[in-house]
Design a protein around this ligand. Sequence first.
Ligand code: T4K
Length: 372
Amino acid sequence: MTAPNPLYVGQLNVPDRQATRQAFESIFDRRFYTNHGPLVAEFERRIADRLGVAHAICVTNGTVALMVAMKAAGLSGKAIVPAFTFPATVQSLTYAGVEPVFCDVNATTHNITADTVKAALEPGVSAIVGVHMWGQSCDVDALDAVAQKIDAVTIFDAAHSFGCLTNGRPVGGQGLCEVFSFHATKVLNCAEGGCITTNDDRLAAALRTVANFHDREGDVPVALRINAKMSEAQAAMGLLSLATLDATIEENRQRYVRFRDRLSEIPGIHFVDHASTGSSNFQYVVIEIEDCFPMSQAGLMAYLRSEDIVVRRYFYPGMHEAPPYNTRQWQLPVTDVLCGKVLQLPSGSMVAPGDIDAMCDLIAAVAARKGS
Ligand code: T4K
């Protein structure tokens, strides 16, 4: 490999150092580090403006954002959710006392659909929780239509999707609420951070109440609170990252296209073109290892890691295979197949064009071993 350091999945953007220093100096000057400081307020305003949504509530991380969202939404009974997702999507339901009921995903988009949801429906469902996988939006209108029929709400885990569009609208304003992650590896990066966006005034008030132990003006009654507050340091990083987001997305697009052009031609590799509609932040580079490829998913992962290419196996195992959810027999044939063949390649600002070529050369060389 040509890369001087291991290559990782994730954006790992480094903001301008001078601007970072100034932002942190301002925090120290104010001596106001957390508990609804001015930078958090500004970050929330800017997110709401960018996404065209009434409320943005910033919290500690994406997992906590999901937990707070499920609690504040007052869900009860069961929720339909994919098993092909990060544990936080499902476990936030368990934290809120809601039973997850898994549905399958579409083999091409890796998203849940109206049909997969309908196939999983059972009595007592109060929510459909979609995940906009790899930054590619679920069909929110179709899922809303299913939800309406059963008197349920939709909530979208948009952890991968800041800056993406759904039917020409920014992801962030759909369903009852949408939930973002601003983890270090995400396109919008607070080191750790998360946000819930909603157009529902009452939910916004409940979210702010659940996310904070202290009574604040306008609090609504909720049974359980938690400290989920975003700090000023996180917001400072987020504001810097937001200022360069469009440039980051354009750089992502260029890397994505370079990967796509090379990987699409390698026999046995299926490049998951989740950005073909042009409404993506191009954050993830995802491949499926087909049966005819000379190495399995695990084999290719181990081989590339031995070359300092730290590919990931998101998501493995599926949540239906993980305790405590594996006590029931789930029929999720597409999820089962995907968990065994999907890999994510290093992406983001630390990956140079030469790294992309070198990674593709290694994969192409493995493909050429067939029959040798
Ligand atoms: N919903 C969905 C659909 C999600 O995918 C996620 C998280 C969430 C909800 C929850 O959001 P958060 O609570 O995380 O805000 C990583 C990310 O940590 C996680 O945010 C992301 N999705 C998931 C898909 O990927 P891990 O456990 O694989 O992270 P880790 O520490 O192995 O880091 C990934 C790679 O990045 C490593 O190979 C090393 C590199 N790295 C990482 C960090 C933190 C660095 O080079 N520098 C760094 O500072 O989950």
